[in-house]
Design a protein around this ligand. Structure first.
Ligand code: 1HN
Length: 348
């Protein structure tokens, strides 16, 4: 705000006097507080998987999963350093679990997804039921459900963790507790929940077979299921000009997003396809699953290759192009924004 010098001086003197009383004038910050459109402090950024993996493996030589509780390198947005955030509302990390290791059981208010990047045969156990993890599986650990991880194989296992840590912190609503033992006792054989709740069926309500929490029963979305579904969609004649072939992961309990704060999807862009420009208010974390291509974010071109991780903050114009068939996984805060009636998108 530009004001005559003497008025400015008098105002500044007034602000200085009131500051010790924890009072501050709105008119100096109104335009920033209520922007005409989103101006995210987060930046567009790409993490090379190979580079991050190197540091993660070096950490693996220096600290055990049990010592660390979770051996994770946080992907901090360069515009949000020190905040453990990849966008203002969400967290991302790369977790390593080495052969024979256990990451002990705990539960917390924050909800989490895991997207497997490397290794096969380690597990996440949710309330005592193991999901055996394979590359590009999506595994959920919803809020306040017990979870531990273990790697009984002879190879390292690495996955991307996506959590709503900054959202829970924003609401000052975080609780956590450790389990009395390292691992939750087994409650069901691996795959049991997928069989009961993952096939457009569910145990009849009120029977003992209906053992999972009603609001969040399913927690494993295997690559072996979603990839053929995406291939079938891509075999059809229609393609969305802004998204390509896209499928969202659903919570079968309500047909909504996988978790209350986080939405997740996959998309396939056929070789040579370029999307039209689009922007949305959800900040999105993308993982390249297969193929190669580019992202054009606000005019800046970024090359994409398998396992690299790209963050596109709110209201950044995005175009994607596929050199060969490009498959992406993405998660975002769209789920929370829709509940708050904040979500918007703009397609060119
Ligand atoms: C957590 O529980 C896990 O269970 C990973 O693997 C990362 C980051 C912050 C808080 C809880 C896990 C986490 C986390």
């Amino acid at each position: 705000m530009t004001l005559p010098n003497d008025q400015r001086a008098q105002l500044e003197a007034l602000y200085a006097e009131m500051a010790p009383e924890n009072l501050t004038p709105l008119w100096e910050s109104l335009a920033q507080l209520v922007p005409k459109q989103p101006r995210s402090p987060a930046k567009v950024h790409l993490w090379s998987y190979d580079q991050a993996r190197d540091y993660l493996m070096r950490a693996g030589d220096l600290i055990s999963a049990e010592q660390a509780e979770r051996r994770v390198l946080i992907l901090e947005n360069p515009g949000l350093r020190g905040q453990s955030s990849i966008i203002p509302s969400l967290y991302a990390g790369l977790q390593l679990i080495l052969p024979g290791e256990v990451a002990p059981a705990h539960r917390h208010a924050q909800c989490a997804l895991r997207f497997v990047l490397e290794g096969e045969g380690a597990f996440t156990a949710l309330d005592g039921e193991k999901a055996i993890m394979r590359p590009f599986d999506l595994v959920l650990t919803p809020g306040w459900q017990w979870h531990d991880h273990g790697n009984p194989t002879d190879k390292p296992m690495i996955w991307l963790d996506g959590l709503d840590i900054p959202t829970v912190r924003h609401f000052d609503a975080g609780f956590a507790e450790g389990y009395r033992e390292k691992a939750h006792p087994e409650t069901a054989p691996p795959g049991d929940t997928l069989a009961r709740y993952g096939r457009n069926l569910r145990p009849v309500r009120g029977t003992t077979a209906d053992r999972r929490p009603a609001h969040q029963p399913l927690f494993h979305y295997p690559y072996a299921d979603w990839r053929p579904a995406l291939a079938a969609l891509a075999a059809g004649p229609d393609i969305d000009p802004h998204l390509g072939h896209a499928l969202e992961f659903l919570n079968p309990a309500d047909g909504g997003s996988v978790m209350p704060t986080i939405a997740a999807h996959v998309r396939l862009l056929p070789a040579g396809f370029e999307t039209r420009a689009r922007r949305a208010t959800d900040g999105t974390v993308f993982v390249v699953v297969e193929g190669s291509g580019w992202a054009l974010v606000e005019g800046r071109e970024i090359a994409l290759k398998p396992r690299d991780i790209l963050v596109v903050p709110s209201w950044h114009e995005l175009r994607l192009g596929a050199a060969d068939d490009l498959v992406l996984f993405g998660y975002s805060d769209k789920a929370a924004q829709e509940k708050l009636h904040l979500y918007k998108e703009q397609c060119a």
